[in-house]
Design a protein around this ligand. Sequence first.
Ligand SMILES: [Zn+2]
Length: 506
Amino acid sequence: MGRGLAVVRGIALVGLRPLEVRVEATCSPGLPVLKLVGLPDAAVREAGERVRTAIQRHGLRWPGERVVVNLAPADLPKVGSSFDLPLAIAVLAATGQVPMAAASRTWACGELGLDGSVRAVTGQLPLVAGARQLGARELLVPAGAAAEAALVTGLTPVPVTDLTEVVAALEGRRRVAPLEPVRPCPGPAAPDLADVRGQPLARRAVELAAAGGHHLLLTGPPGCGKTMLAERLHGLLPDLTTDEAIEVAAIHSLAGERRPDDPLRIRPPLRAPHQVVSAAALVGGGAGVPRPGELSLAHRGVLVLDELLEIPRAVLDALRQPLERGEVVLSRARARISYPGAVLLVGATNPCPCGHLGDPRRACTCRPDRIERYRARLSGPLLDRLDLQVPLQPVARAALVDGSPGEATAVVAARVAAARTAAAERWEPGRLNRDADAALLRRTTTRPALARLAAALTGLGASARAFDRMLRVARTIADLEGREVVGPGHVDEAVAYRLPPVPVSA
Ligand SMILES: [Zn+2]
């Protein structure tokens, strides 16, 4: 005779969006078989065998009758091994080995070893954060992931190392001391902007990019310091808040790039994938449940794409929508999955295939038609989104060796922080000028400045979308000066970053 229906709660993730999964178990007379219902994924089917072995080898009783386990809702994609723990608890409750009432209040996620140990899974942090969002106040978690789980406020993680501790926790025999969350870690010191000699235009563009979140394109021959500048731009960004750092860590956890005992990084991420990156690796994707790509791993930080024109056009095109929306939407037959992806993009490219167009040290050997084809790879719409376009000259040897140091990162970062604060106060908390509303933006701009921009636009042959983008850069220039309104001078500087590149005949 069955002893009723045991229900335990687990968590499924669609992207970073959590959904409640009810794990239900019943026992009934019949052959001692385990039947799993509502499980499309092979890993979860294997969970049945793993849970049975773990329960038996841990000295607990596997029922000598028919066990039916259902994971509901049935149409939800359930992947991974995080349902092992709720599944085991449901079976233990259905067979009277833990109190049914306690099980019905329990949220749990974790993988079981064949010896009955409880282990952390990929994406453990977003699962814990998700449980909190779904209303869980307490959650059974693998002990190895407990300090990380303690980062999530409003939820008490109950760490368990094996099934014996799980039983004790459900019987109310396990007292848990408050956990110390994993420590925030600033990470290694970033290289300093003072190391960059010369390059006043590039230094200024890097400051504007950091202050307003504007995407940056650096064009110049090899060895002119493109990578050096990108790293220093990252050093100008303010630290993440704890909530932001948890969000970033959750994405890295989901991608399998973070272990639960890793410190919480409060510096924004810096990602620089190789130019042979695929579209799936860049924006996310892959078979089954799509993984977050480099763009999402760089969320709230800097994504550097070196040799931008060596990246296939189709891959670059995949960036356009996410850059506009700050998130990646991946459509699948059964679900629409989105991942955050608000990045500051830094593209770097040679001016031509050989790299030396406009280089006084060495003559360019490229035919004009090859240069045209090379540049055509950077499609108009993507180029449109790179607000700050900076041609770099090779730095003269004298400037590298003897040039006086430029301003240090600490000095520039203070201006960047003040400009970001001004923008956030004007728009809304956390909003950068890059994402400013166009209508509101115009209200903080003088009429002569708007007229100047309209005139410049005609000369550049730029799109209407480019008008607002240039105005956003001008807004950042004014913010760095501490000005309430954008004037013609600010517009003039913003327009200068849209000058056509070095002509092909140079
Ligand atoms: Zn060339």
